[in-house]
Design a protein around this ligand. Structure first.
Ligand code: ATP
Ligand code: MG
Length: 668
């Protein structure tokens, strides 16, 4: 089993004497160490799969790892193994321990638009910017493990004080709804373990070894959870690459890597240096770009995979031209090298950049899948149905109540809902509960009351069925009962209604399959759906397809041939990051993008681009000038010569460094 590993990797797999950190650059086999180590623990060290938890960054990565470990262990051996994201592990813990925190096990998980709405109610405003800022602030507090009281105590300005107050009301509201938000899935388990040492012991006993991938992107709260779970002996292996930390904007703190070395004095650090993914040129490009960032840890990376093709840098006239020529190049390359569509990825900084490429790919009849874009679970029709499921699972979920009660319309009007809302908040009860209160019922007309009660009783009936009948069947009957198809055709254009109904049918099929596979009832599946909606879209349906992905969502993955598009100042690096002096995280994104490529790398940028209907001229990204000149071929007549570009970039860098107060580093 260990024959396929180099000596350092083998050492990392076999090391069990204490906490271990594998620190290494892209493509050096960090993730592979984790998969192999799981198999090693089970086959050679007598661990039961139930005692091992591996933490990945996305659900997709978790699925892939599960599959690989399944192969390594052949068949049933992997049963009971936990391979999950921090969030789904947190969910698993909360579900079991909910009562200790005053929650019922079927608590709801709110998505970001639900919490946006709650904040909008608390602040009594629709000012999107203010709301987004508040939402971001609360999330940052949670990720840093700061409670509302602590937030209030440390707030030194009036604005921060006001935000802390909102945070407090927000938490109370969530509790009243028996709901948690995304960040709570990690923060609450930590709270739980601090308040209930016996619960912590239970979980420490259950999970005897922890493996964590993409460690550089953990936040303070996740770090606490790891520390608590693995105890003083530190029974864990963490793998990471500080040069790939790209979630600073979401509260991840690469300092956690350094913190590990301080908190665990016995921490062993193993470095991997051989890259098994990319050609020498691609690796050299990656190394040289990232060398412009200050280093946290010294790392080397080399490859035996041959020099490889030159890196192509192309300038396009505008974004249409870029999309057209990238797709043409891709087709020509595929034709020449007899590759598959799945060998290609088109990577970009922001979701909005995908649209034009999608058009082009469709025109050329090239199959593609897209990730990191709008999630399947974010579609209005799916959210409609999920609101029913959430309400069935947890009748205190007021946001779900409001959506389900009004979609499709069923005679429950705004006035009724307002009265109900007022009554419920006076009496501190949920909307559902309030509907059955005599005092409230006397306030509204008979017809309205009848419609409201019909709805609530329908939910009650579904609750009974959800406990015993297969999930898909319950959903199907529910769709018929609420007449959802007719509702779509009544409120939408026929084409759009047809599409939406198709999504609904996909959803039913998916839920039916999940219900059968995982032997889960509707209630457990509902929590899973809520979690998925926040992380990613549906599984890819088309196996041989070009991959369209944001750089963020491409982390950890690899593709034969990569097109890195829109490499312009203002896009990569992103305008806001330049303004905020966050250029280093942008450079790490570039590094992540380059290192996804195995055999060939195409980088493109546009001379001009439409913004708000106007053509604006663009400059190539400073990162292009940082590529090693000998490994690059420019095409599309570079606007100005690359040497001058490099000089400009150097000057810009010097300016930024001066602004940041760090000393300039010599170029290598
Ligand atoms: P990233 O930083 O991008 O997440 P990583 O360090 O996790 O990369 P892996 O994805 O584990 O790297 O490995 C990169 C590629 O190299 C994979 O295709 C993997 O199968 C292959 N690989 C890793 N180690 C070896 C080895 N010892 N022999 C052959 N191939 C290997
Ligand atoms: Mg990896």
């Amino acid at each position: 089993m260990l024959n396929s590993m180099n000596p350092q990797q083998r050492e990392a797999v076999k090391y069990l004497d204490g906490p271990l950190l594998v620190l290494a650059g892209a493509g050096s086999g960090k993730t592979r160490v984790i998969t192999q180590k799981i198999a090693y623990l089970v086959e050679k060290c007598g661990y039961s799969p139930k005692e091992i938890a591996a933490i990945t960054f996305t659900n997709k990565a978790a699925r892939e790892m599960q599959e690989r470990v399944g192969h390594l262990l052949q068949g049933n051996h992997s049963k009971g193994l936990t391979i999950a994201t921090f969030h789904s592990l947190g969910l698993q813990m909360l579900r079991q321990e909910a009562e200790l925190l005053g929650y019922k096990p079927q608590f709801s998980i709110l998505d970001s638009s639900d919490s946006f709405k709650i904040l909008s109610d608390i602040l009594a405003t629709t000012d999107k910017q203010l709301l987004r800022k508040t939402q971001w602030q609360i999330s940052s507090w949670k990720n840093a493990f700061v409670n509302p009281d602590q937030a209030a105590a440390t707030a030194d300005e009036e604005i921060a004080h006001a935000a802390a107050k909102v945070y407090q009301i927000y938490q109370q509201t969530l509790k009243a709804y028996q709901a948690v938000d995304f960040d709570d899935l990690i923060k609450l388990p930590v709270e739980l373990f601090e308040q209930h040492p016996e619960a912590l012991r239970r979980w420490q006993h259950k999970l005897k070894y922890l493996l964590i991938d993409e460690y550089q992107d953990t936040n303070a709260c996740q770090y606490r959870l790891v520390k608590m779970l693995t105890g003083i002996e530190g029974r864990f292996t963490a793998v990471g690459d500080d040069d790939q930390a790209i979630y600073g904007w979401r509260g991840a703190d690469v300092e956690n890597l350094r913190q590990l070395t301080q908190d665990f004095s016995r921490l062993k650090v193993i470095k991997l240096e051989q890259n098994y993914r990319s050609t020498v040129r691609i690796l050299r490009a990656a190394n040289q770009v990232i060398a412009n960032n200050p280093k946290l840890f010294e790392k080397k990376l080399w490859s035996e995979l041959g020099t490889g093709d030159l890196i192509q840098v192309s300038a396009a006239k505008d974004e249409d031209h870029e999309a057209e020529s990238v797709v043409m190049k891709l087709l020509a390359h595929k034709f020449e090298h007899r590759t598959k569509f799945l060998d290609y990825a088109i990577l970009y900084r922001g979701n909005h950049q995908a649209r034009i490429f999608e058009q082009q790919l469709r025109q050329q009849k090239i199959p593609y899948t897209i990730s990191g874009g709008q999630s399947f679970f974010d579609k209005a029709e799916i959210k409609d149905l999920v609101s029913y499921l959430r309400l069935i699972a947890n009748e205190d979920d007021d946001p779900a109540f409001i959506r389900a009660a009004t979609t499709p319309k069923k005679g429950i009007g705004n006035t009724t809902l307002e009265r109900l809302g007022e009554y419920a908040s006076q009496k501190k009860m949920s909307l559902f509960e309030a509907a059955f209160e005599g005092d409230f019922q006397r306030e509204i007309g008979n017809r309205q009351l009848e419609d409201l009660l019909t709805f609530c009783q329908f939910i009650n009936r579904m609750q009974e069925r959800a406990e015993k009948d297969p999930a898909g069947e319950v959903l199907n009957d529910m769709l018929t009962a609420i007449n959802y198809e007719a509702f779509l055709y009544d409120t939408e254009e026929p084409r759009s209604a047809e599409n939406k109904w198709k999504s609904v049918m996909d959803f039913v099929a998916w839920l039916t399959r999940k219900g059968d596979e995982d032997e889960k009832n509707l209630l457990a599946l509902t929590q899973m759906i809520s979690l998925m909606s926040m992380l990613e879209g549906r599984e890819d349906a088309e196996p041989d397809a070009v991959k369209l992905s944001t750089l963020h969502a491409s982390k950890g993955l690899e593709y034969g041939h990569v097109f890195l598009i829109g490499c312009e100042e203002g896009i990569l690096p992103h305008r806001e990051s330049v303004d905020d002096g966050k250029i280093e995280e942008e450079r790490r994104l570039m590094y992540v993008g380059i290192t996804r490529a195995q055999k060939s790398l195409n980088i493109s940028w546009c001379r001009r681009r439409k913004r708000a209907g106007e053509h604006e001229s663009c400059e190539p990204s400073r990162f292009i000038a940082e590529l090693p000149a000998d490994d690059v071929r420019h095409s599309g007549q570079p606007q100005s010569d690359p040497v001058a570009n490099k000089e400009n970039a150097r000057q810009r860098l010097a300016q930024i460094r001066a602004m940041l107060g760090s000393s300039p580093k010599t170029d290598n």
